[in-house]
Write a new protein. Structure first.
Length: 182
């Protein structure tokens, strides 16, 4: 099988189910942004981080593929069995955030992104996740999107913020607090 098919040369692509849509369609933007997010998660995974965090990031990458499949399917025409998210996937992110919050100092200021590559990559991933969430919400206003997909993306961006803080804490890197000029 060749990687190129030439079927997208005219600016259209196929959803799961066969529907052809322009490559700028919100459904393509949504799963394309989730794919971009997954690549940033891979950057975090490749850094010097706690092994438990690395294992969870691999699971998150799997869930992002699940979300991508859900978003890539035409909700009206696809008959393909698509993997789905479970409530426990969202609960896992919440549990991990609670675990991190228990060991982190209380947040008193906004945090400026940075500190080291792992922390910066977490913030980049958080921003891409927020964009994926916004695009997916927009898509849901015109077409079906599984509710758990929207919730998972929302929790994931919060998790990535908390992970950035935890990595800094684990590595004794001071948070760069934003203190506005007045």
């Amino acid at each position: 099988m060749k990687i190129y098919t030439k079927t997208g040369d005219s600016g259209y692509t196929s959803l799961i189910g066969g529907t052809r849509v322009p490559k700028h369609h919100l459904r393509i933007e949504s799963y394309g942004t989730v794919d971009e997010l997954n690549s940033y998660i891979g950057l975090i995974w490749g850094q010097e981080i706690d092994e438990q965090d690395r294992l969870l990031l691999k699971e998150i990458q799997d869930r992002l593929f699940t979300i991508g499949a859900s978003l890539a399917a035409d909700p009206e025409k696809s008959t393909m069995k698509i993997p789905d998210l479970h409530s426990k996937d969202i609960e896992l992110l919440e549990t991990e955030m609670d675990r991190m919050e228990a060991v982190l100092p209380q947040l008193k200021h906004f945090i400026l992104p940075g500190g080291n590559n792992a922390i910066a990559f977490c913030h980049l991933a958080r921003c891409v996740c927020r964009r994926a969430e916004r695009i997916t919400i927009a898509l849901s206003e015109e077409s079906f999107v599984e509710e758990k997909v929207k919730i998972y993306l929302n929790r994931l961006s919060d998790y990535l913020f908390m992970l950035a803080r935890k990595i800094g804490h684990d590595q004794n890197i001071a948070e760069n607090s934003w203190v506005p000029r007045i």
